[in-house]
Design a binder for this molecule. Structure first.
Ligand code: SF4
Length: 233
């Protein structure tokens, strides 16, 4: 659960203001991140499913193999036997599981939207999110990545880096779940596709450059806030 008192803390800026400041500090430090690294909604969705538990370089190799095989196409993915699909995406790791997840998504796309992403895009965000979450193997981070980066709908993507940043800056406690953190951002930052896109990408950059499992706070764009917490400001 979120720490409700933070919202009304009379000294430290309220969470919304803090998260706004974080965004600007990160953007000033890192600049635009140009996400998502995919050429089409299909590539973005495939990448969002394949990136679970692996690094992006491996995902790129798997996508390149799909491209070479002419399989970056919803109808081809639908008709491709799961075993062949698994073989093509082998570089992404957990390839049998991920092939099944891809198949589940493609099956939903054809059954629910006649294979047309535009039909999905016309649905209300909450309804579509629930539909995606009902697909076996699609969790909230993958669903939100698909919605934000492939379908350009304003939902905030939360990941391990987000939790680390929020927890280390005393904005959530360790019991906060995915939906708590997503709600925190959605309440604090006005829903806006470009802003949510950039903010998540900046947090990933922060997590890779500074807020690692062992934090490198010296020189971090958010170091000033950590100091203000320590000073009780
Ligand atoms: S590295 Fe340190 S200052 Fe930077 S976000 Fe993480 S905890 Fe905060």
């Amino acid at each position: 659960m979120l720490e409700a008192p933070r919202m009304t803390d009379p000294v430290r800026p309220p969470v919304g203001e803090t998260l706004d400041l974080f965004y600007h500090r990160l953007f000033e430090a890192f600049g635009p991140q140009g996400w998502w690294p995919g050429r089409s909604p299909l590539e973005i969705i495939v990448g969002a499913i394949l990136t679970q538990n692996t690094n992006w370089q491996n995902v790129e190799k798997a996508i390149a193999r799909l491209d070479t095989a002419g399989a970056l196409d919803w109808a081809v993915l639908r008709d491709l036997p799961a075993g062949q699909l698994a073989e093509l995406i082998r570089p992404a790791g957990y390839y049998n599981v991920k092939a099944k997840r891809l198949k589940n998504f493609v099956e939903w796309l054809w059954e629910s939207c006649a294979g047309d992403l535009e039909q999905a895009r016309e649905r209300p965000l909450d309804q579509l999110r629930d539909e995606l979450l009902s697909i076996n193997g699609i969790g909230p981070e993958t669903a939100d990545s698909i919605l934000l980066y492939a379908l350009e709908m304003p939902t905030f993507v939360v990941d391990t880096y987000t939790r680390r940043m929020l927890e280390r800056h005393d904005l959530i406690d360790s019991t906060a779940g995915y939906e708590d953190m997503r709600s925190l951002f959605q309440l604090a930052v006005r829903p806006h596709v470009a802003r949510y896109n950039e903010y998540h990408a900046l947090i990933v950059r922060l997590g890779k450059a500074h807020c690692r499992p062992s934090p490198r706070c010296a020189g971090c764009p958010l170091e000033w806030h950590l100091k203000s917490i320590a000073d009780g400001e």
